[in-house]
Every structure is written in structure tokens, then in C-alpha cells.
Design a protein around this ligand. Structure first.
Ligand SMILES: Cc1ncc(COP(=O)(O)O)c(C=O)c1O
Ligand SMILES: NCC(=O)CCC(=O)O
Length: 423
């Protein structure tokens, strides 16, 4: 790393305030995280003045890059009217309409403040609607940090070695059955045993919290079929994938209709947001139109709605095809570097998301990801940081590319990778 004395000093203060010195565990890395002072386009600048081309993008929301002038102007204009929470506003209607027009299977929705809230409420709603208790989730699937889903979960809960965290009552964990992503037989076995008790299957359509893993052909189709046959709901957690690959939820890219969808990240343009939505008859069970309680002081607050609206309006006119091609070409170049080096590694890529795994020929499920060489990944992370490139400080996150990234950026990334893999 370059000189990071100011980050180090801030971390010392932070460490006395926050557990582990951070306000979310995924931000931590040894010996201390970088404190970011500013960000513009595809780059972030730390408090010591070092700049990095960023492939973290705030863990996903910043698909336009940072400080987009059109978003900023729109939000500044809107904020002149104030930033009141706790009352309906015109912006929530416009954003909701925009989402339903571009993701029509989200017939009715509710805005919340995070992806965690979104999946928590979606799960409760599925249980209420079906009158059943059991939730099926995928091993390594991450749906936020609440009790219902922190069971053999991904992201920071893997990185920090607490796959089933202390503090979750056994009674809650006992209502969750864990299957394997991309493994139809593992889902089938659970339905054979518990079919009539299963309220819902929840999964990320593209796995993004054990690194990145695309769905194998037929897997998501099978989830749709088996849930329909058993009267269970299918929940797609699109907190990462919503509006990532095209201007729509990923469900429309693959043509599979879930009963409920959760979103977050991009639809709030970098301000706190979450959404759960889906079939009208299911969503109408939510208070006040139905009995399933859900509320929030800051839900659909005007700041998040303004950021979301400005970002989504811009995304509606953005060329996802070019972005996806840029990242696909980058993945091809990385693959060539791996082959040329004679080393064992692989890269998974879907649209503007990718992740590299060392020591594996291919990564198709959670077990593959877990057996990748995490030590080498962390050495790669540090190597790239020295080159001025910031990738997530964990094997179990996904690299994101924004509309602000250029071919020069991706070439520089590939060059950094080449130096590392040949070393
Ligand atoms: C798929 C998925 N679901 C849910 C969440 C939780 O979202 P949040 O961090 O906004 O609570 C995340 C990421 O954090 C995620 O990747
Ligand atoms: N992929 C996991 C996340 O994006 C979580 C971010 C956080 O908890 O800070």
C-alpha cells in the first residue's frame, strides 16, 4: 500500500468506537481499511490522497459510477423542497411506476430501507400467505443479516467464520432447510421430505455472496416448477441482480417469474433502500391492506426516492450491452492470462459482475467456492491495491463494473492480474 497514515490514525479512533473498527464487517481488512474521502466516476480517493479504480462500487449500488452530475443536479433540486420522512411523496410513486413498467412481475411493492429488511419482510409474508413455516435457502446464499436468513449464509458471515451466527434462536434456524445452489437433487430431497410445509424457496438468481456463480441451465426453472407443484412461493433475491444486467430485474433476462422479488442497492442509487414486491394477491396481505405487519419511519423517504429516481431515469437510457461486453471481454482476457500462466484459477462473469478464484478449474457451487485458495485471493487484493485498483477485500464478494469504467481501466486490471499470476 501507499502511505496510509491518515487511514491508520482514523482506524485507531474508529476501533474504540465500533466493533472491529467498522460499521459493517465486510469493510474490514488487515491491518486496517482505507478511509475514503471522496469518489468520482470509477475512482475513489482515500484520506491520504491515494486514488484507486474501484471494483467494489459500494458493494453494488453505484452502477453509474460516483458523483454522476445528472443525479447530483436532480437530487439537489429536489432537496430544496426538504427531506421529510414519514409521509407519502410523488417521487415514490414515480419510482414505483418505473420499476413496475420495467419489471412487470413486481405487480405491487413496498419500499423499505435495506436489502435485509426486504428479505425479512418477504419471508414473513410468504409464511403468512401460505400458512406454512419452512423456508428453503441455498447454502452460501446471503439475504442480509436477520435471523431468518443467517443460516449457512454467505458474504461477511463466511469471511469471518460465523456461518450460523450466535444469537439466532435454534427455533428459528429449525424452520430453515438448506439446499445447494445449482444442485437440483438437493432441493428435490427437501421437497420430498417437507413439501407440504414449505412456505418458500429463497435464492439469489445469480449467486453473488460466495464470489460470483452463475445459475446452471435448468436450476432456476426447476425451482419454479417444484415450488408451484407444492404450493410454495418462489422468492428471487435480486438485491444484487436487479437492474444490473439490463434495465430490469434479472428474472426478465431469464424469463422465470418468481412470486416475490426483493431488490435494493441500484434502485436507490447509493442511498439506503430495499423493496419487496411481486404478485398482487400476495402483496395485498401486507398492512394496511392486509394483516401482515410491516412498517418503517424511513420507508420511501424522499432522499432515497430522489436518488433512486434520478439514477433509474439515467439507467433507463444507458447502454447495458456495451457495459456487459466490456466486462465479458475483460473476463476473456483474464482467462487467457490464466491459460498463459500455467496456473490454476478461474473467473466467473455475468453482465458487469465478475470474480476470480485461485486454485480451482471451475466454480459452480458453494463447495467449489469454499475450496478456492482464499490466501492467494487476499494476496491478489493487496497486489491490486498497490497498483491503484480496489477489489473487494474478500473472496466471497463480487467485483462490480460501472458505466464510468473505460476500456483503459479494464486493460489496466488485466495487466495487474497478469503481473500477479505470473509472479
Ligand atoms: C443478495 C443480497 N440480499 C440481501 C442483501 C442485504 O442488503 P443490505 O445490505 O442492503 O441489507 C445483500 C447485500 O448486502 C445481498 O447481496
Ligand atoms: N455482498 C454482501 C454485501 O453487499 C453486504 C455489504 C455489507 O454488509 O456491508
Amino acid at each position: 500500500m501507499e502511505n496510509t497514515a491518515k487511514s491508520e490514525s482514523l482506524f485507531r479512533r474508529a476501533d474504540s468506537l465500533f466493533p472491529g473498527g467498522v460499521n459493517s464487517p465486510v469493510r474490514y481488512f488487515d491491518p486496517h481499511p482505507l478511509f475514503i474521502a471522496g469518489a468520482s466516476g470509477q475512482r475513489v480517493r482515500d484520506v491520504d490522497g491515494n486514488t484507486y479504480t474501484d471494483y467494489v462500487l459500494g458493494y453494488g449500488p453505484m452502477i453509474l459510477g460516483y458523483g454522476d452530475p445528472d443525479v447530483l443536479a436532480r437530487v439537489q433540486e429536489g432537496l430544496r423542497e426538504g427531506w421529510f420522512p414519514g409521509a407519502p411523496n410523488a417521487e415514490e410513486v414515480s419510482l414505483g411506476e418505473m420499476i413496475r413498467e420495467s419489471s412487470p412481475w413486481v405487480e405491487k411493492m413496498r419500499f423499505v430501507n435495506s436489502g435485509t429488511e426486504a428479505t425479512m419482510h418477504a419471508i414473513r409474508l410468504a409464511r403468512a400467505y401460505t400458512g406454512r413455516k419452512v423456508i428453503v435457502k441455498m447454502e452460501g446464499g446471503f439475504h442480509g443479516a436477520h435471523d431468518y436468513s443467517l443460516i449457512r449464509s454467505g458474504s461477511g458471515s463466511l469471511t469471518f467464520g460465523t456461518p450460523s451466527t450466535p444469537g439466532v434462536p435454534e427455533e428459528v434456524s429449525a424452520t430453515v432447510a438448506v439446499a445447494s445452489y445449482n444442485d437440483i437433487a438437493s432441493v428435490e430431497a427437501i421437497f420430498d421430505r417437507l413439501g407440504s410445509e414449505i412456505a418458500a424457496v429463497i435464492t439469489e438468481p445469480v449467486f453473488g455472496n460466495v464470489g460470483l456463480i452463475p445459475p446452471e441451465p435448468g436450476f432456476l426453472e426447476y425451482l419454479r416448477k417444484v415450488t408451484s407443484e407444492h404450493g410454495s412461493l418462489l422468492i428471487f433475491d435480486e438485491v444484487i441482480t436487479g437492474y444490473r444486467v439490463e434495465f430490469s430485474a434479472y428474472q426478465n433476462v431469464i424469463g422465470i417469474r418468481p412470486d416475490l422479488t426483493t431488490m435494493g442497492k441500484i434502485i436507490g442509487g447509493g442511498a439506503p433502500i430495499g423493496l419487496f414486491g411481486g404478485r398482487k394477491e400476495v402483496m395485498e396481505r401486507v398492512t394496511p391492506s392486509g394483516p401482515v405487519y410491516q412498517s418503517g419511519t424511513f420507508s420511501a423517504n424522499r432522499i432515497s426516492m430522489l436518488f433512486g429516481l434520478a439514477t433509474m431515469e439515467k439507467l433507463a437510457n444507458s447502454d447495458y450491452g456495451t457495459l456487459n461486453r466490456l466486462v465479458k471481454d475483460m473476463a476473456v482476457a483474464i482467462r487467457e492470462e490464466i491459460e498463459g500462466s500455467g496456473k490454476v484459477a478461474t473467473v466467473n462473469q455475468v453482465g458487469p459482475m465478475f470474480q476470480i478464484f485461485f486454485g480451482k478449474e471451475s466454480v459452480k457451487n458453494y463447495r467449489d467456492a469454499m475450496s478456492a485458495d482464499r490466501g492467494t485471493y487476499m494476496r491478489f487484493f493487496r497486489h491490486m491495491l498497490v497498483k491503484g485498483i480496489y477489489v473487494p477485500p474478500s473472496q466471497f464478494e463480487t467485483c462490480f463494473v460501472s458505466f464510468a469504467h473505460t476500456i483503459e481501466d479494464t486493460e489496466k486490471f488485466v495487466q495487474g492480474f497478469r503481473e500477479f499470476i505470473r509472479e
